[in-house]
Design a binder for this molecule. Sequence first.
Ligand code: BTX
Length: 325
Amino acid sequence: MTLKDRVLKYLIRNKGSFVSGEKISESLGISRAAVWKHISSLRQDGFEIDSASRRGYMLIGDADIINPQIISDSLRTSFIGKKIIYMDSIGSTNDHIKSIAGGSTDGTVVIANEQTKGKGRMGRYWHSQKGDGIWMSMLLKPHIAPNKASIITQIAGAAIVKALDEFGVSAMIKWPNDIILNGKKLCGILTEMAAEIDRINYIVLGMGMNVKSDNFPDEISDIATSLYKEGHAIKRADIIRSIFENFERLYVDYIKNDDLKEVVEICRERSAVIGKDIYVITWSEKKKARALDISQNGDLLVEYKDGRKESLVSGEVSIRKADDE
Ligand code: BTX
């Protein structure tokens, strides 16, 4: 931890009350001048720190800063997000975490303020403007068979919906990897895996959530939304903490006890597709179907026009509009 982080941690611990420069310098074993230098730098980062002569410094607010110290301080997880790597700008957090996967521990998270090459599924892009959202990837090293991994996308979806519930935001899940708010895409999940035939080396779980975005590029302005656009002002660090906690609970239930009950319940209750006319999209075609249900193991049960039923383990669907009939 850098000295600046240690000063921040000290202020967080004493949030709402003044602590003298002398006390901080003694506790951290650094000079008063160094304390002052780090406080100035934290202010430049956007932290609101009050100062009063003879009383010292007091952290008042943290605006909407994503800072590992701020996230970790009251985080109640045992391994998810225990190590956070934060970067102001990066190509893709998924790609970055892959490059360090070998030497990183289970549950490590990379978070960026901006992605310059944010990725969606199948080579699509993910718009990830600076300061506007949560662009993060988790590294997971579960001891399960590779064919049991695709459900992790839905565990993440359920965790995100649960996390948003805590802030009064009622979102829906468009099976298997989109979170929808008021009919528009708020968040996307991109799960990638490195595996051998019978063993997972690691999984990278990427999540992109539009939090403060006001304007989107023309090509997605009709389909994308943000929490801000829907009238919610929530700090990114608070959402991240809640996603970590909800995800860890649901993920551990699955990995340790093979228990998907809560996940499936959430995915069903909050499904944006069950009962809807959809297209099932594959590499080669786009077939009309109706989404019937989500099974006990997270598969999407669909019925095609000719009455044939299928259970989809993963894949892509889109909701049909009435005029697509
Ligand atoms: P997806 O393939 O389902 O969605 C990608 C499509 O969504 C794009 O083709 C575009 O139409 C639309 N889109 C692009 N950007 C946005 C946006 N910001 N909001 C709403 N719609 C958008 C979804 O893929 C998976 C996205 C995962 C993103 C995370 S961010 C952290 C991690 N790193 C990384 O490179 N990707 C993941």
